[in-house]
Design a protein around this ligand. Structure first.
Ligand code: FUB
Length: 306
């Protein structure tokens, strides 16, 4: 009887993604996941990721981004490469973390790449009329000099905000309507309002409050943990809340991700190095259901196999 059970399980695993599992995608290495549900289809969840390429060997010398979608958190469609360095005239290397947004009838990718000839990060923006792209680069955002890890948050009233962070700092600003430049008078350095900040800010809104989540380091200690802070307004002031994903077995040095409410459940997407056996530059997107307590604090997440 046990033998039969084993055969059935092996068969079910073989025929496809019968079980939701971590890491979420196993056919390609993915990092810095950015989850979204777009207004035109609440049944579909989208996850945009950067793409680790084993052996690139140039301190995360990544070259492009993928989009994935699902309607059940089990079966996923990989829409393939949605933007590549080759399609970004001003960039030369390091397609690092990105985010996506729906704004005024179009889909946008916001990302960081190193500028050709200068070798410093710029914040690029690309547009598509479809969530799966392909996306066309529009250039880089003015006023975000040498920013890394951008996140684009569109508030319920339609106002666009940009968050970015690098070199242990975190900044934010309102964007102009064409998303191509910040409004300099709104620029804020959030670093002093946060603790342990390192990179990767990402914002979601819940019950009228703004949650800024970010990977950070406790004094000079890798790997990164995920921290969060909460505010009444998108540009703060933010109240630091604490760690919600501690470092864990099989983590890559980094962590990075975002939170989405999908079909009434809250889900945190982040990354690990479980698939590569701990290699820091071959990471995989992870997903875990999560909860808030009555006061709206995030209940810490323990990475799970399923
Ligand atoms: O994926 C490349 C870089 O690693 C990201 O930009 C950082 O946030 C870290 O996850």
């Amino acid at each position: 009887r046990n033998k039969m059970k084993h055969i059935v399980i092996v068969f079910l695993c073989f025929v496809g993604n019968i079980f939701a599992q971590n890491p979420v995608f196993t056919h390609v290495f993915t990092a810095d996941p950015s989850p979204h549900v777009w207004p035109d289809n609440p049944d579909k969840l989208w996850v945009y990721t950067s793409h680790d390429e084993p052996g690139s060997n140039n301190h995360y010398g990544m070259t492009g981004y993928h989009a994935f979608s699902t309607t059940d958190m089990v079966n996923w469609t990989d829409h393939g490469r949605i933007l590549h360095l080759e399609n970004v005239a001003w960039a030369e290397s390091h397609a690092w973390a990105m985010d996506a947004a729906y704004y005024r009838g179009n889909y946008y990718l916001i990302y960081c790449m190193k500028e050709a000839g200068i070798g410093l990060f710029r914040t690029g923006i690309a547009r598509s009329d479809r969530p799966e792209g392909p996306f066309t680069d529009l250039g880089y955002v003015k006023g975000v000099e040498f920013g890394q890890d951008p996140a684009l948050f569109i508030d319920e009233d339609g106002t666009p905000y940009l968050y970015w962070g690098h070199d242990r700092k975190c900044f934010a600003a309102e964007l102009n309507d064409d998303l191509m430049s910040i409004k300099p008078e709104t620029y804020v350095n959030l670093t002093k309002q946060l603790t342990h900040v390192f990179e990767g800010p990402w914002v979601h809104k819940r019950n009228g409050k703004y949650y800024l989540t970010y990977p950070g380091l406790t004094p000079r200690r890798w790997p990164e943990k995920m921290f969060y802070a909460v505010a009444e307004k998108p540009l703060g002031p933010y109240e630091f809340k604490g760690v919600f994903i501690d470092d864990f077995d099989g983590q890559s040095g980094t962590n990075h991700g975002g939170i989405v409410n999908y079909k009434g459940k809250d889900i945190m997407f982040y990354h690990s190095a479980w698939l590569s056996g701990g290699l820091s530059e071959t990471r995989s997107a992870m997903a875990d259901y999560m909860e808030y307590d009555k006061e709206g604090n995030i209940i810490p997440i323990i990475p799970s196999k399923k």
